[in-house]
Write a protein that binds this ligand. Structure first.
Ligand code: LUB
Length: 229
């Protein structure tokens, strides 16, 4: 049986716009609305997860925040576990898009790495999905569902960019892209964690700049001209 957005069975006269005989159509407005609703639920859930944590957030709170019935929320997310997974997945899906946007700036690979961390910094300061994803990952030991593995995608993404940097002669002699990626992600994450716990993120932009300004000059190849005398 097909169901509409509120979870109620759809009336039989509501023609489905799918099916082999359907003439090609524009986007289905109902489907678009459902996608927007899902995103809105996710955003509200993210705000609650980020403010209160997983245990202290209920589907009821999410429904209240988004201004829908619990049933309407359950139509999109069958339980709280699936909301937590969806928030973390949304976070990890955002990085390839962020990379594409940063790539469009035409920076060198090493500056692309720095810009990606700058983007992650703004996300941590402004984006509920990033704030919630970080908190949920920190609580993963007490969350009764398996979340995607943390840090792995980031480390791989940064390794890839640092290998490009190395291929273009941008890395200092002896710098290993894999090691550098692990250190950079650990330093970023550590600074994030400390700033979050001690200062509710208020000092994070500054703490990240400190890490960045200590780490990346050490990784960057010295200009040839400076070595020659
Ligand atoms: C990223 C967080 C917070 C790492 O990849 C992850 O799992 C992340 C939470 O687990 O930011 C960013 C270097």
């Amino acid at each position: 049986m097909t169901r509409n957005e509120a979870g109620a069975p759809e009336a039989p006269w509501t023609a489905r716009r799918t099916g082999a005989s359907a003439v090609p159509q524009g986007p289905d407005p109902r489907q678009e609305r459902a996608i927007r609703t899902r995103a809105e639920i996710l955003r509200c859930a993210a705000q609650l997860f980020s403010e209160r944590g997983y245990q202290q957030t209920g589907i009821k709170d999410v429904a209240e925040k988004v201004g829908m019935t619990k049933g309407a929320v359950y139509f999109h997310f069958p339980n709280k576990q699936s909301l937590a997974v969806a928030v973390v997945e949304a976070l990890y899906e955002s990085w390839p898009r962020a990379l594409e946007a940063v790539r469009a700036k035409g920076l060198s690979p090493l500056d692309t790495v720095i810009e990606m961390f700058n983007e992650a910094t703004s996300a941590f300061l402004n984006d509920p999905i990033m704030q919630a994803g970080t908190r949920l990952q920190n609580e993963r030991a007490v969350i009764d569902v398996e979340l995607p593995l943390p840090y792995v995608d980031w480390t791989n993404l940064i390794s890839m960019l640092l290998r490009e940097a190395q291929a273009q002669g941008q890395l200092a002699d002896g710098a290993d892209p894999e090691v550098a990626a692990r250190v950079a992600v650990a330093a970023f994450f550590g600074a994030q964690h400390i700033s979050n716990n001690l200062h509710e993120r208020a000092d994070f932009a500054e703490r990240w700049r400190e890490v960045r300004d200590l780490l990346f000059p050490a990784l960057r190849a010295r200009p040839r001209s400076a070595e020659q005398h």
